[in-house]
Design a protein around this ligand. Structure first.
Ligand SMILES: CC(C)(COP(=O)(O)OP(=O)(O)OC[C@H]1O[C@@H](n2cnc3c(N)ncnc32)[C@H](O)[C@@H]1OP(=O)(O)O)[C@@H](O)C(=O)NCCC(=O)NCCS
Length: 176
């Protein structure tokens, strides 16, 4: 099925929640509308459309995939290390991050996840970003194969601040 990618607006919240909640149900993760998932219910407040951008993939007008790109000043520290910044492990040398990549279970294996990832990598590269940071649940093997195709390397791990305290890999994708 052909799909398209576009920047999201606040009106897309229900479709975005539908996709990400389906993935959380699939993995039996906790859903937390007023905590870990609050950004999904107030996109305009959390994503300014400039430094923090949220994108959706659609098939025939239905949102089936999501991804966000956040950009920031380079994280200090020796390349390949994971310093603690403001209480969180981060990937040193990164100046942007991949966030919220999810594809609805019934829309997988048609290239949506790869296209969403390509979309934000191309955007980050066009803006001169040097390294993309990703923190990803250790159980998301499909995603780790996908990231590997973009040159991602594991540089560390941490326990996520999500309600399930999920163990995560920290990965870096070189962009330059
Ligand atoms: C990881 C995830 C986003 C991938 O989404 P997706 O849309 O299925 O990704 P793609 O279709 O681009 O690629 C997935 C597989 O399908 C294959 N594929 C792509 N297009 C295909 C097609 N037309 N026909 C057959 N296979 C195809 C890819 O080669 C890839 O194969 P692999 O798993 O053996 O490496 C999705 O599985 C997901 O949401 N997982 C749960 C949440 C998650 O892991 N999120 C990451 C958070 S950090």
């Amino acid at each position: 099925m052909p799909f398209s990618i576009r920047q999201a607006s606040g009106a897309d919240s229900p479709g975005i929640v539908d996709v990400i909640r389906a993935v959380f149900d699939e993995y039996e993760f906790t859903w937390e509308p007023e905590g870990y998932h609050a950004d999904l219910y107030a996109l305009d407040a959390h994503y300014d459309g400039v430094c923090d951008r949220f994108f959706v993939a659609e098939i025939e007008g239905r949102i089936v995939g999501t991804i966000a790109l956040e950009t920031f000043e380079p994280i200090p520290g020796v390349s390949g290390s994971v310093p603690v910044i403001d209480g969180f492990y981060r990937v040193a040398g990164s100046d942007c991050s991949l966030e919220r990549l999810y594809v609805h279970p019934d829309a997988r294996r048609q290239g949506v996840g790869q296209a969403l990832t390509e979309h934000i990598i191309a955007l980050a590269q066009a803006e001169g970003r040097k390294q993309m940071e990703i923190w990803s649940d250790k159980r998301f093997g499909d995603a780790h194969r996908l990231y590997g195709r973009f040159g991602a390397a594991v540089v560390g791990d941490r326990i996520c601040h999500d309600p399930d305290q999920s163990p995560e890999w920290g990965l870096a994708i070189p962009l330059a």
